[in-house]
Design a protein around this ligand. Structure first.
Ligand code: FDP
Length: 327
């Protein structure tokens, strides 16, 4: 049995990264305890306000955001924090060498129905040590991330982490509050027959995505010659976790439902950290044409279409888009 602390001591590249990951994991213990108590901890329902994205905040969105913000602000290595829930990044310790971004409670619509939710995080280098961090310091492409991961609050609480080119899965032992390694060097199969998409948006997708889903639904009677199966957790963290466990394809593609949201997911809080995990596990992640980790952000709250998972399926979708663009 190897705990998170033991694993980090042995494998991580810097004491600063170890310390920030430990802070995030500790807050994860508190959030998971609140979720276990559920309605008894008064965490259900709406908070009564909207976040920067114009979405109704749940009580637990606000609680998780505040817990993470407080803990990271006290961490000497953390120079600034950006949250999906807040308009601007919050400066922390000027001498810190790291910036931390997070989606405090991913899949918030699952909270009130007792389904899986999670916390997603991304750690970037701080390039202006000694100065007060600003939004612009966070605008780094995903391939600059030093570490990334998520906490999944499901039937058990799990931490998936990527550091030093490796993806590791930990399970939280509720008796000791230790995260214990359950799988090291997680790898995803290149092929899959399982896909996750919210099909109710079909009429808003680009034609190549509609064609792709038509092919999967046709299954063995169509050009793919085999059947496919759908799974949709409605929390990206749950869908990505399934993919790390047994492969698969997840997409929240470009859609025209809301002209201001050319993709639902956020580049910096969701797409980048998940893409790093998936690529390091041997999968791929694209916006349908460009590698997600190579997108240069121009806004900390930027949205992006996402296609990620088993490598061959991701490249199949990319080819459909490229062929369509050439016609
Ligand atoms: P949510 O809005 O509930 O936080 O982050 C956005 C996200 O959840 C993803 O976790 C999830 O995959 C997706 O949105 C669910 O979207 P739909 O409500 O359109 O199904």
């Amino acid at each position: 049995m190897t705990t998170l602390a033991q694993y980090l001591n042995k494998h991580s590249t810097s004491a600063a990264i170890n310390d920030v990951i430990t802070t995030l994991a500790d807050v994860g213990v508190t959030i998971s305890e609140l979720l276990r108590k559920g309605a008894l901890a008064d965490i259900m329902g709406e908070a009564g306000n909207q976040n920067v994205q114009g979405e109704e905040q749940k009580k637990l969105d606000v609680i998780a955001n505040d817990l993470l913000l407080d803990a990271l602000a006290k961490n000497a290595h953390c120079a600034g924090v950006a949250s999906e829930e807040l308009d601007d990044a919050t400066p922390a310790n000027n001498d810190g060498s790291l910036l931390v971004l997070f989606d405090p409670l991913d899949g918030s619509s699952n909270i009130d129905i007792n389904m899986a939710v999670g916390t997603i995080f991304s750690i970037l280098p701080y390039l202006r040590q000694g100065h007060t961090s600003e939004n612009s310091d966070f605008l780094q492409a995903g391939h600059q991330q030093l570490a990334a991961g998520y906490l999944l609050y499901g039937t058990s609480t799990m931490l998936a982490l990527t550091i030093a080119d490796n993806v590791i899965m930990f399970s939280l032992d509720p008796d000791t509050n230790d995260y214990v390694v359950i799988e090291d060097n997680v790898q995803i199969d290149a092929d899959t027959s399982e896909y996750a998409i919210n099909s109710s948006n079909y009429r808003y997708w680009h034609v190549p995505m509609q064609n792709y889903i038509d092919e999967l639904i046709a299954g063995r009677t169509g050009v793919r010659g085999r059947d496919f199966n759908t799974r949709w957790v409605a929390a990206m963290v749950g869908d990505v976790h399934r993919i790390l466990c047994r492969g698969g394809l997840f997409t929240y593609p470009f859609d025209t439902k809301d002209i201001n949201k050319p993709g639902k997911l956020r580049l910096m809080y969701e797409a980048n950290p998940m893409s790093l995990l998936i690529e390091r596990a041997g999968g791929a992640a694209t916006d349908a044409t460009t590698r997600i980790l190579d997108i240069e952000p121009n806004d900390i709250h930027q949205r992006v279409p996402v296609v990620l998972g088993s490598k061959n399926e991701v490249s199949y979708i990319k080819n459909l888009h490229m062929q369509h663009d050439q016609v």
